[in-house]
Design a binder for this molecule. Structure first.
Ligand code: GKR
Ligand code: MG
Length: 434
């Protein structure tokens, strides 16, 4: 083995990133969201970076994996999964266990299980290793994945109902509130003017369906012919989903997770021609057979964190291609390292028929020296070695200090708790809400 490619050291930095008061069916985003930054340093003196979810449950397995990695090669990406199974406290592979099939109906990230948490942890190490390998070889990450098939990746504007500011602490921005169709159209207009996005996704499940139908109609009127999506994160019953599909059929590119669970999605799918997409009922391999066999979804929205990294995302893409299911990507609150990783893998997937979505424009803070810039709603795929991003150590240290000095309120993402700070009566809604 080329000793330059041997891992010498691994550093983990939990951080808190400012997040605006974006509403979803569970509540509202907290003023600060946890993320974890992973640095893998080789004996050759090259450092690769990765990023993943930063809630407490990710930190212990990440620590165990970080301690086990020195001495291994950054090329040993397939070995990361067995190593994680071995050192992260649960030897059964993700997806194999009964518990992995238990859907946490209250969550926005689909199945919650130790196996899936482990995959989200592995994803950051895989990306960091690819970054280090690419920098060592002088090759971009997309080349390590087989090469790009497009030179730019299209993203959609991610519209949210939102308050003007958080009820108590938190950073301020100048977006103002968006709580009705006019507010959503104004937000979309600003996204289109600033970033050139031409497709729009509205996070729904916040207001009764008729209000969200009105918002989509207003968007269709303001942006005729542009692709529109509505995603209530599983908040509706099957009849409500069908009602919305009927009302919006002609306007929607797809409905995203209108209802919760594969069986209910299949029932909606059987009764409407509106395509259904998901990032909630297909988040692990174990969920694929039933969803595809019952035609519950026509588009899978991958999250490379859930799926265990960039190679696994490409495996998912091949599976989708085989079964005639579309593939695109959804996102969660994330920074520029994850956006770079998404862009590299998206550049290599042959059939990417839908713009990926990204929370990135909502994040005013970052840990990279040069933020990504969308042009005409697209990001140019970097040909620089590795991911093509550089860590800004001062920013990383500042966001880590925020994590260190937090009283514990923000170290776990909890949108319902954040909502209670503005509305003490708020209880996590029972799904379906409508
Ligand atoms: O950030 O509020 C949010 C989203 O609801 C996020 O948590 C979802 O995972 O955006 C994601 C989605 O597409 O469902
Ligand atoms: Mg979604």
């Amino acid at each position: 083995m080329d000793t330059d490619l041997v891992i010498e050291d691994v550093r983990l930095t939990p951080i808190l990133v400012a997040d605006p008061p974006l509403l979803n069916t569970q509540g509202v985003h907290q003023p600060y969201t946890p993320r974890l930054i992973v640095e893998v340093e080789t004996r050759g003196g090259v450092t690769g970076v990765g990023e993943t979810y930063g809630d407490g449950k990710y930190l212990d397995p990440a620590g165990a994996l970080a301690r086990a990695l020195p001495g291994r090669a950054v090329t040993d990406l397939n070995g990361l999964f067995a190593l994680a199974d071995e050192v992260c406290g649960d030897s059964r592979p993700a997806g194999d266990r009964e518990a992995d099939l238990r859907v946490d109906a209250g969550g926005l990230r689909g199945v919650q299980s130790a196996g899936k948490t482990r995959l989200s942890v592995v994803s950051a190490f895989e990306v960091a290793c690819l970054d280090a390998l690419g920098k060592t070889l002088g090759l971009p990450v997309h080349a390590l994945l087989g090469g790009k098939v497009r030179s730019a990746v299209e993203y959609s504007a991610y519209l949210f109902y939102r308050w003007a500011h958080h009820p108590q602490d938190g950073e301020r921005d100048d977006w103002g509130a968006a709580l009705d169709p006019a507010g959503i159209v104004a937000q979309a207009r600003r996204f289109a003017d600033t970033y050139g996005f031409t497709s729009f996704k509205l996070k729904g499940g916040v207001f009764p369906p008729d209000q969200e139908i009105a918002a989509i109609r207003a968007l269709a009127e303001a942006f005729p012919g542009h692709p529109l999506r509505l995603d209530p994160n599983g908040a509706w019953s099957v009849p409500t989903s069908l009602y919305v599909a009927d009302q919006l059929g002609g306007f929607l590119e797809y409905l995203e997770d209108p209802t919760s669970g594969t069986e209910s999605m299949a029932a909606v799918s059987a009764a409407t021609d509106v395509p259904l997409a998901t990032n909630m009922c297909v988040t692990t391999l174990a969920e694929v057979p039933e969803a595809f066999a019952t035609d519950a979804v026509q588009i899978v929205l991958s999250d490379h964190h859930y799926w265990g990294g960039l190679h696994r995302t490409r495996e998912l893409a091949a599976l989708c291609r085989t079964f005639g299911v579309g593939l695109s990507m959804h996102s969660n609150t994330h920074l520029g390292i994850s956006l770079a990783a998404m862009t590299h893998v998206a550049a290599t997937v042959p059939d990417l028929a839908y713009a990926c979505d990204s929370h990135y424009p909502w994040q005013t803070e970052d840990v990279i020296t040069e933020r990504h810039a969308f042009t005409d709603g697209r990001l140019t795929v970097s040909d620089a070695p590795g991911l093509g991003v550089e860590l800004d150590r001062d920013r990383l240290a500042a966001l880590h200090r925020r994590w260190l000095t937090d009283d514990g309120t923000h170290r776990e993402r909890d949108d319902a708790a954040a909502m209670r700070r503005g509305d003490p009566e708020w209880v996590t809604p029972v799904i379906p809400r409508w």
